[in-house]
Design a protein around this ligand. Structure first.
Ligand SMILES: C[C@](O)(CO)[C@H](O)COP(=O)(O)OP(=O)(O)OC[C@H]1O[C@@H](n2ccc(N)nc2=O)[C@H](O)[C@@H]1O
Ligand SMILES: Nc1ncnc2c1ncn2[C@@H]1O[C@H](COP(=O)(O)OP(=O)(O)OP(=O)(O)O)[C@@H](O)[C@H]1O
Length: 284
């Protein structure tokens, strides 16, 4: 039997530079208005073709059964949608913290859809892949779209934005935040008049930036508040997505590294560069 040939594909993390909750759909999903930026912290996925039609994750994440891993679900969804009879072996290299609001699972799913669409020769358009991706999670379409973007709807209506070079100090509080619980608590606050939907969008990418889920998460998880307070000594930080990670934007790498060094004995985290586009995006 011949050895399988693996190809490696990157799956970048994202930051939400702004996150407004503008309403709620009848199915319970919330409407957003958010600026997504890709950063250079990436998972990577090795993929080899199989001719037996099976989708095999060779190294499941502890605590996440292979069948529920978003990479496996993405591959099976593409098989169904395209009618492909080919399979794939997947090996996942996780670097993006889980439950951090950095979109790691969604990005992994998007990378599998993009890669297998090519390797299996399915020929689905980017728009068709995005429609498949949103079935796996609201954050998946932007990673298939491939450019920094303003997202509306539940995250599936995207328009490209151009962002200046920037570096980010990202702190990772030692909690994993379940996205569904955060939206549920936000919703409860709206119903009881303790919170409201943001109907007026302020200027997209100039401070002050806002994340409507931040105060909910800070009350549920004091560790997130502590990380924000520490970064406030150096600027105006924000939480990404539904947390738990928080970030501070810096104009140059040295500044970001200096800020991170001053906090690294108290918090885990990293410095990341903002990307101009998804590393798999090729401008045809
Ligand atoms: C908060 C963000 O990270 C911002 O980028 C995303 O909107 C979350 O996207 P995601 O992690 O892909 O979320 P999903 O896996 O689709 O949804 C998890 C759960 O969060 C809630 N949810 C999610 C996204 C959204 N726009 N409205 C919601 O109410 C729903 O209860 C849903 O069942
Ligand atoms: N390949 C995967 N990588 C990470 N998590 C996965 C993966 N597949 C399934 N999951 C599940 O998804 C959950 C959320 O993981 P993820 O790292 O995407 O969170 P997140 O960054 O907070 O997401 P988001 O910002 O999209 O809300 C994990 O706790 C895990 O149970």
């Amino acid at each position: 039997m011949t050895e399988p040939v693996f190809h490696t594909y990157p799956a970048p993390a994202k930051l939400n530079l702004n996150l407004l909750i503008t309403g709620k759909r009848d199915d319970g999903y919330h409407l957003l208005d958010s600026d997504f930026r890709f950063i250079d912290l990436c998972d990577s996925i090795d993929i080899a073709l199989r001719d037996d039609g099976d989708i095999v994750l060779l190294n499941p994440i502890p605590g996440v059964p292979a069948d529920s891993d978003l990479t496996v679900r993405a591959a099976r969804l593409l098989q169904q949608a395209s009618g492909s009879t080919q399979g794939a072996s997947l090996r996942l290299h996780k670097r993006i913290p889980m439950g951090g609001g950095l979109g790691g699972g969604s990005s992994d799913a998007a990378t599998v859809l993009l890669a297998l669409n090519r390797l299996w020769g399915c020929g689905l358009s980017r728009a068709a892949l995005m429609q498949l991706g949103v079935k796996l999670g609201a954050d998946v379409p932007v990673f298939i779209f491939g450019r920094n973007a303003r997202a509306t709807g539940i995250g599936e209506q995207l328009s490209e934005i151009s962002l200046p070079e920037a570096w980010y100090v990202v702190l990772q509080p030692t909690v994993q935040v379940p996205t569904a619980a955060v939206f549920k608590e936000f919703s409860r606050r709206v119903l009881t008049g303790q919170a409201g939907f943001s109907t007026m969008r302020t200027l997209a990418t100039t401070p002050p930036r806002q994340n409507d889920l931040q105060s909910v998460v800070c009350q549920m998880y004091p560790a997130v508040n502590e990380a924000l307070s520490a970064l406030r000594e150096c600027g105006s930080p924000l939480m990404t997505g539904s947390g738990a990670c928080v970030f501070l934007e810096c104009g140059d790498e040295n500044q970001a590294k200096t800020v991170y060094r001053s906090l690294s004995s108290r918090f885990s985290g990293f410095v990341a560069k903002g990307l101009a586009a998804h590393p798999m995006f090729d401008r045809e």
